[in-house]
Every structure is written in C-alpha cells, then in structure tokens.
Design a protein around this ligand. Structure first.
Ligand SMILES: [Zn+2]
Length: 103
C-alpha cells in the first residue's frame, strides 16, 4: 500500500458531479465499487461523507507544503474535513484517490 500526501483543493466547491451521479461521494463509491465508510482525512467513521476534491502536495526545501500539480482527486471526507479553509495535509492510500473527471 502506497501512502501519499494530499490537501483540500481550492475553488472546487461549485464543480458539479458528472451526470448520472447525485454527489461526488456517489461518483467515488461507483468508481471504487464499494461504500466509503470513513473519512480519509481524519479516519472517523461517518454516514455523512462527501466526495472532497483534493490535490497531491509535497514539502519543499523551505519546509512548506505546496500543491504538486493541478490534478484533482476525489476522496471520501466528513463534512468537517471538507472545508476549503481546512488546509491540513493528510496522508492517504493512493488507491483511495479517484481521479476527478476533466471539467
Ligand atoms: Zn474527517
């Protein structure tokens, strides 16, 4: 299992899920073929998960975290973690990242 570092993306709150999906968490569940069950940011079990847009981050020589690139992924998150003001870096299984469709 490969762990990667990620953080909430910015400016993605108005992105609608693809047609045929009620919500981003449905998109994630469908792509993975399972029900998420827990938040991948704080690891709490929750029935009220949403599909958060996140990006990979990397720590640079100045000690700060930066987005690696502009690629967006969907990750199951609780309401509390899925907040654009929450810039907390979290580690997540690579397999738990579902690439967001191109807008
Ligand atoms: Zn959470």
């Amino acid at each position: 299992m490969t762990k990667v570092y990620a953080a909430n993306a910015q400016g993605t709150y108005d992105l609608d899920p693809p047609s045929g999906y009620d919500a981003w968490i449905d998109y994630w569940n469908s792509k993975k073929g399972l029900i998420a069950g827990k938040c991948r940011q704080c690891n709490e079990q929750s029935k009220d998960l949403v599909g958060a847009h996140v990006q990979l981050v990397e720590k640079r020589s100045d000690g700060q975290w930066y987005y690696k690139n502009n690629v967006l992924y969907i990750v199951p998150s609780c309401i509390g973690c899925n907040n654009h003001n929450n810039k907390t870096v979290f580690s997540v299984e690579w397999d738990d990242l579902v690439p967001a469709p191109k807008a």
